[in-house]
Design a protein around this ligand. Structure first.
Ligand code: IMP
Ligand code: MG
Length: 174
């Protein structure tokens, strides 16, 4: 794994600034309300931790785990929920937090799953968005950065469980 060739895509200060901007926008949009923030494990946990600490509105947190990738970097094209939320979301304002949108399979599945529990509102915040790779059309409400094709790691994102802990975002080079 030390042989993983990678180049920096977003350094720490650029990430930190963008996270603050998104958090301000979310705080304005939900002014006077309390959010339930639902993170998708594992990739979203670092972004979510930074995001909620930059909000100026109160929130509660919960997590789901949705598996769609096997080992490696190709989506299986099918999402499976392997851990559900433990909070009642009926009548509440929900913000799903995801690390990256690729084909759109994971979020389409999760949004449909959560909507069945009748939240008052449901929005999606994704740190990264690979728009050109969609297999199902899906629009997030808040996006950190839009990127081109390519596999990225760091800031919570992994390649075969490696490199999540890196504070910057890197693009893997062949
Ligand atoms: P989707 O269901 O195809 O939209 O895939 C979304 C999931 O694939 C994300 O939650 C990530 O876990 C994973 N993923 C997609 N692209 C990347 C990447 O470039 N780096 C790390 N994980 C990725
Ligand atoms: Mg993920």
């Amino acid at each position: 794994m030390d042989k993983m060739h990678k180049e920096i895509l977003f350094p720490r200060d650029v990430i930190a600034r963008r996270v603050q901007e998104i958090a301000s926008q979310i705080s304005d949009d939900y002014n006077g309300r309390e959010l339930i923030v639902i993170g998708i494990l594992k990739g979203a946990f670092i972004f979510m931790a930074d995001l909620i600490r930059a909000l100026s509105i109160p929130c509660k947190v919960d997590f789901v785990r949705v598996a769609s990738y096997g080992a490696g970097s190709e989506s299986s094209g099918k999402a499976v929920l392997t851990k559900d939320i433990e909070t009642s979301i009926k009548g509440r304002d929900i913000l799903i937090v995801e690390d990256i949108i690729d084909t759109g399979v994971t979020l389409t599945y999760l949004v449909n799953w959560l909507k069945e529990r009748n939240p008052q509102s449901l929005k999606v915040c994704a740190f990264l968005d690979k728009r050109k790779r969609r297999k199902i059309s899906f629009e997030a409400d808040y996006v950190g950065f839009t990127i081109d094709d390519g596999f990225v790691v760091g800031y919570g994102l992994d390649f075969n469980e490696q490199a999540r802990f890196l504070p910057e975002v890197y693009i893997i080079k062949q």
